[in-house]
Design a protein around this ligand. Sequence first.
Ligand SMILES: Cc1cc2nc3c(=O)[nH]c(=O)nc-3n(C[C@H](O)[C@H](O)[C@H](O)COP(=O)(O)OP(=O)(O)OC[C@H]3O[C@@H](n4cnc5c(N)ncnc54)[C@H](O)[C@@H]3O)c2cc1C
Length: 498
Amino acid sequence: MRRREFIRATACAGAAFIPLSRVWAAEPSSSARSGSDLPARSLSGAEITLARTDVASLAASLQGELLLPDSARYEKARQVWNGSVDKRPALIAACAGASDVMRAVTFAREYKLLTAVRAGGHSTSGKSTCEGGIMIDLSPMRGVRVDPGSRTAYLEPGTLLGQLDRECAAFGLATTAGTVSNTGAAGLTLGGGFGRLGSRFGLACDNLRAADVITADGRFVHASETENADLLWGLRGGGGNFGVVTSLEYQLHEMSPTIVGGIYSWPFKQAKQVLDFHADFAPRKPDALCTDLILRSAPGTEPSLSIVVCWSGDPAEGERVMEPLRKLARTAKGNVGEIPYVKLQSTFDGGFPDGRKYYQKSGLVRTLGQSAIETLIDVFQTPRPQPLTMQLQGLGGAANRVAPGATAFVHRDALCDMAIITQWENSAESEANMAAMRAVWARLEPFTSGFYVNSRYEDDLKAFRENYGDNYPRLVQLKNKYDPMNLFRLNANVVPAA
Ligand SMILES: Cc1cc2nc3c(=O)[nH]c(=O)nc-3n(C[C@H](O)[C@H](O)[C@H](O)COP(=O)(O)OP(=O)(O)OC[C@H]3O[C@@H](n4cnc5c(N)ncnc54)[C@H](O)[C@@H]3O)c2cc1C
């Protein structure tokens, strides 16, 4: 394709489109100009070649940068949070706005190029990058605007959760976000979005009021309750299946920026007592209370067991509802008291640094019975060379009052997400650590049913289909409408009907 034709093809109508005069003024980067045609991988995995002139045209048309393997910034840009994911895209389109995304999507579609979408880059399984394809990198697109009048937050897609939480807190507002503040908001929200406010305000996806999407045909589509409502339904839990989301609009709620929160940690000899308490208390707790349970083991140290508390309601009422927990905590270390919500939200950031190697397993739990409790205790008190961290992250309350068919996120009867992760530095340990985690998970998985699409490693289409349950046929209809060629397949993939 000639440069002029390519730019014409991509210059479709839509928001925030840059004037063609600027497109023509831009010059391709030196890496795009030099060298021969570029080897790449197609959607089907076949080896293909990208014409140098087309690559140069794409580079020239972007407001952001097109990074090739010989670009100075390529090495840093290709890295994702999980250091055990070591993939080399043929191209990285570091997008500055929706118009860049349109051009990158159009290029990818025309070449049937393997396509990854990266927002925060925190996909544990590394779905935000790919080998030999294009990475549509949204991380340069960061920003939040809060409109306190309408209680709305407008988010650019590369924004991290900490920024969302902080901007909202400044106005005495909040919405549900995850528990590590440098995680990407977009990927988390599109898959579901569990967090400490979930039982009070619903999942992050329940609070997604509208979104701008660039669909596989390079078109700009706005999705809200009144416009393309079918697409909004799919974005609330259907992941990145339907296009690249370039703006997210969240419903906010009044909440004091200071909550009652903190961590209680018990000696592991009390594990049974604490787990029994949690199994009884968690399903009955009020919506404004979050009590996520954390289990940890590491070589050379005693295993530990903690409850992370977040009470976001009236402080006096909080004391009343937390009384049984305070009683149990007489033998615990730690402190639960008044604390800025944003501080609690970043408490665990240091535990999951960028670039370390990670492996995770997770599944949804409906009830925490005796057999699960005994197995958990045994898993964490068994010495092993790998560190293990498990979070039993609560759902319930408002998250469970949404009907299973009201959004693409179907699992509205889960008590919690059981997520277990190990981490290490040295690649020589990768195989052994992953095998050890698989063995641990073989013991725990039977206590789960269904899973969180954002934490799934295996690309098992049958498992995805079953996991979306009765919502799957509707997701297929949406896929047929918005991405019939399955350009966006690096996700919990919904396969379009042939
Ligand atoms: C340390 C850590 C803590 C976590 N804690 C929580 C938690 O508390 N609650 C929770 O719910 N989850 C949590 N997660 C999981 C989290 O939801 C996923 O990792 C999620 O993918 C993070 O979003 P991201 O934008 O960083 O993803 P990325 O890695 O950038 O993207 C992941 C995938 O999401 C899709 N995607 C992302 N952005 C877009 C977009 N704008 N348009 C279209 N598709 C897109 C794409 O398919 C992409 O491949 C955690 C993960 C980590 C690593």
